[in-house]
Design a binder for this molecule. Structure first.
Ligand SMILES: N[C@@H](CCC(=O)N[C@@H](CS)C(=O)NCC(=O)O)C(=O)O
Length: 219
């Protein structure tokens, strides 16, 4: 298995968590994003993924883009240590939580969206920060309402073992703690509790941005 990833990419972080939870060996191929050189827009990577985004997975001739599709592909081809529950209703809830993050929060704060807002639309840095904080907070309010009231929530997003939903939750919460976002998690106690429980797992710490080979050395 080969994973095209970037240390700072939250969508790549999701897949790294999944690979570690499933204890799968993989080759890490770093892809420099725009601010580091823009390899994702180069001919070589564009050929592999015309969407010019990480993550991308290669597995014995199979090429999969999109973190959700990658994680489901890994779960279907390597059923040990499943990321999705057995029951269809449980699976639907887990996928749904993942999509609340993957479709409703992250795309609004993706690199190319932010670049368009700051360059073509000339949004000032302070307004950009407000945009970022706003959409993450809106998404977290919804997540907190669901996770906080549901009997299906356990130590993790769904029950007492990490699932695909946690693969999505951790990178988004980590992202909200970057200095240029800096949201106070006290407003979302269940989200924070689950995030902290996930950070206790060695599979999650191995997937952290700072643990990746392309991460800049600590200052
Ligand atoms: N929905 C995609 C999101 C992928 C994505 O947004 N990747 C970002 C990094 S987190 C990227 O490669 N951005 C490059 C760009 O916007 O040009 C997934 O889940 O894989």
């Amino acid at each position: 298995v080969r994973l095209y990833s970037n240390w700072a990419s939250s969508a790549s972080f999701r897949v790294r968590i999944g690979l570690h939870l499933k204890r799968l060996e993989y080759e890490y191929v770093p892809v420099r994003l725009k601010m580091e050189g823009g390899d994702q827009e180069g001919a070589l990577f564009s050929e592999l993924n015309p969407q010019q985004k990480v993550p991308l997975l290669l597995d014995d001739g199979v090429r999969v883009a999109q973190s959700l599709a990658i994680l489901e592909y890994l779960d279907e081809t390597r059923p040990d240590r499943p990321l999705l529950p057995d029951d269809a209703a449980d699976r639907a809830r887990v996928r749904s939580l993942a999509l609340w993050i993957g479709c409703e929060i992250q795309p609004l704060n993706n690199l190319r969206v932010e670049r368009h807002l700051t360059s073509a639309l000339a949004l000032a840095p302070e307004a950009m920060r407000e945009w970022r904080r706003h959409w993450i907070a809106v998404g977290f309010d919804a997540l907190e309402a669901e996770l906080g009231r549901s009997r299906e929530t356990g130590q993790f997003c769904h029950g007492n073992a990490p699932t695909l939903a946690d693969c999505f939750l951790v990178p988004q919460v980590a992202n909200s703690q970057r200095p240029n976002v800096a949201l106070d998690l006290a407003r979302w106690p269940t989200v924070e509790r689950i995030y902290r429980a996930c950070l206790e797992l060695p599979e999650v710490t191995a997937a952290l941005p700072a643990s990746q080979p392309d991460a800049p050395p600590p200052a």
